[in-house]
Unconditional design. Structure first.
Length: 103
């Protein structure tokens, strides 16, 4: 899969997981496992980009006497998912055209 495409898909997958509830890095990797294989070295830069884009916020919570970073989706993150859904609908039209399934 193209690296740029995969990066965009990872971003939207992360945001979609966060719609279901706040989470932390390792759990996000596990939850994405059945869909996309993602390593820590891939996940954390994406999380930082999403935070910089104000698509998510970060807070710390103690777990087993250690601080764990949790991620929560913002309204900008929810809008990013909606934008992706619209873009995907357009891509689907192109895909159907390429496949000879013009509609």
């Amino acid at each position: 899969m193209d690296a740029q495409l995969k990066r965009g898909l990872i971003e939207v997958c992360i945001l979609s997981l966060l719609v279901r509830g706040d989470s932390y890095g390792y759990q996000l990797i596990k939850d994405m496992g059945p869909i996309l294989s993602v390593s820590e070295s891939t996940l954390y830069p994406v999380l930082r980009r999403l935070e910089a884009a104000e698509c998510l916020t970060v807070y710390s919570r103690e777990h087993n006497s250690r601080l764990r970073k949790y991620y929560a989706i913002t309204e900008a993150g929810r809008r990013r998912i909606l934008d992706f859904q619209q873009e995907w609908a357009e891509m689907n039209k192109v895909y159907r055209f390429i496949m000879g399934d013009e509609a």
